[in-house]
Design a protein around this ligand. Structure first.
Ligand code: FMN
Length: 421
């Protein structure tokens, strides 16, 4: 098991013994805002290509408490801290100047950071040929998460970025676009190109476009950088774990997922997606469970396709026995609803769900890609649940070792999620 993952386990003991001071007066900003003099493209909801960008991490709702208003987005985020930042290189697309843009959800805009010359681009650092279309780049400003979650923050940055890629996948599905995720780019070169330093961790890229036979050079000047947190405190464990896992081993998945959904209903699901806060404890149907499983297990095209195993604790599914289920087989039968709730740090969501999922993986070297894949699967789970009229919530807090013992696995517990009515 990766040392970082082992060092950041929650246990019954650890969550009760670590005193945790939250410095609310120095909360990091949730948005990176470039100065006004950068050119912007304001994104209009009714323009299909603009909407393609809006749906990638854009704001879809607001939540107000006395004195504060939070913006909620197409992607869920652990603690609603939104560490992931998105950039996109656009080349040869009508209505857009060739350039590198920042995705700015707070302004619902693309901010032009860099005018691209004909023979240069991010492709060289991604080891791909010249792309006509879009190359997205995702990174995490880890302090937004480590401010609250301390050492465990890298896990959340990776899962959250997986969810962002999930929003991109969903947006591609609506416009019948194909995509491919690259986890094996030259992280040092990209980080340098974007001036990220050690505070912003470059994590992945996604190509949505045509690759040609031509190559291009690295961009000649740096992309301008602005601080996206306001305050910052270094976390050496997070930075070291990132460094240790930054060179993955390729394992290419070429197959595209085949989704057959009603696009209008799916668009509504993307727009309405929220994390459920409480289940009614009504049962879901076996058919819905099957649709969910088919949807979340479709292939994910990427350069580093690491195995993520899906365990399901069946709590309330009409026509199915209660028990622990994996790939069509019951590993144990019985009512484990309260157990699942306990394992999710005593969160009722895990106990009152129709199904509580645990995602498991083993790779140390491909840890970053594997955790992002868990986030993508998690995002699919949110969207298909919403599509079917069910609720879903990601659960990043669980007792790692006790979950592993319950599942009887040696693997790392990557993520938990609950769905139901
Ligand atoms: C990686 C991850 C872990 C999460 N963990 C929990 C959790 O342990 N408990 C919980 O109630 N919600 C959890 N959530 C849901 C977030 O609280 C929620 O996404 C956030 O408040 C934004 O709200 P929204 O999803 O409705 O837009 C998690 C979400 C993500 C992406």
């Amino acid at each position: 098991m990766l040392e970082y993952h082992a060092q950041t386990k929650h246990s019954y003991q650890s969550v009760r013994s670590k005193s945790h001071f939250m410095d609310w007066d120095h909360q990091p900003q949730h948005f990176k805002i470039y100065p006004n003099f950068y050119e912007r493209i304001s994104l209009e909801k009714h323009n299909p290509l603009h909407r393609f960008f809006i749906l990638i991490g854009g704001i879809t709702a607001q939540k107000s408490y006395p004195g504060v208003t939070y913006a909620l987005r197409t992607n869920p985020s652990a603690g609603a801290l939104y560490p992931t930042e998105g950039y996109v290189q656009i080349r040869g697309v009508e209505g857009f100047k060739d350039g590198i843009y920042h995705l700015s959800p707070s302004e619902s805009a693309l901010v032009l950071l860099y005018d691209l010359k004909e023979d240069e681009g991010v492709e060289s650092a991604l080891h791909v040929t010249k792309v006509t279309g879009f190359v997205f780049l995702f990174s995490a400003l880890y302090y937004r998460s480590s401010w609250k979650y301390r050492d465990r923050a890298l896990r959340y940055c990776l899962q959250d970025t997986g969810h962002m890629i999930g929003t991109l996948e969903a947006s591609c599905l609506l416009l019948d676009k194909t995509y491919r995720i690259l986890y094996d780019g030259d992280k040092e070169a990209l980080s340098e190109m974007f001036g990220m330093g050690t505070r912003e961790l470059y994590l992945s890229s996604v190509i949505v476009g045509e690759e040609s036979a031509l190559t291009c050079k690295a961009i000649q000047m740096h992309v301008p950088y602005v601080d996206g947190t306001g305050v910052f405190e270094q976390n050496t464990l997070v930075e070291e774990a990132y460094q240790q896992t930054m060179h993955p081993i390729q394992n290419v998945q070429h197959a595209m997922p085949k989704f057959t959904l009603d696009k209008e209903v799916f668009l509504k699901a993307i727009w309405k997606r929220r994390s459920i806060r409480e289940f009614t404890r009504a049962s879901m149907s076996e058919e819905a469970f099957k649709i969910v499983m088919d949807f979340i297990t479709e292939p994910i095209p990427s350069t580093v396709d690491e195995v993520v195993e899906i365990y399901a604790v069946i709590n309330r599914v009409e026509g199915m026995w209660q028990g622990l289920w994996k790939e069509g087989v019951y590993l144990k039968s019985g009512d484990f609803a309260s157990k699942a709730g306990y394992l999710c740090l005593e969160q009722a969501l895990g106990a009152h769900s129709g199904v509580t999922f645990f995602l498991v993986g083993e790779s140390e070297q491909n840890y970053q890609a594997m955790m992002q894949k868990a986030g993508i699967i998690g995002h699919r789970l949110y969207l298909i649940s919403e599509y079917l009229g069910l609720g879903c919530s990601g659960i990043g807090a669980y007792y790692d070792e006790e979950v592993a013992e319950f599942l009887q696995t040696q693997g790392m517990i990557l993520y938990a999620l609950a769905i139901g009515k």
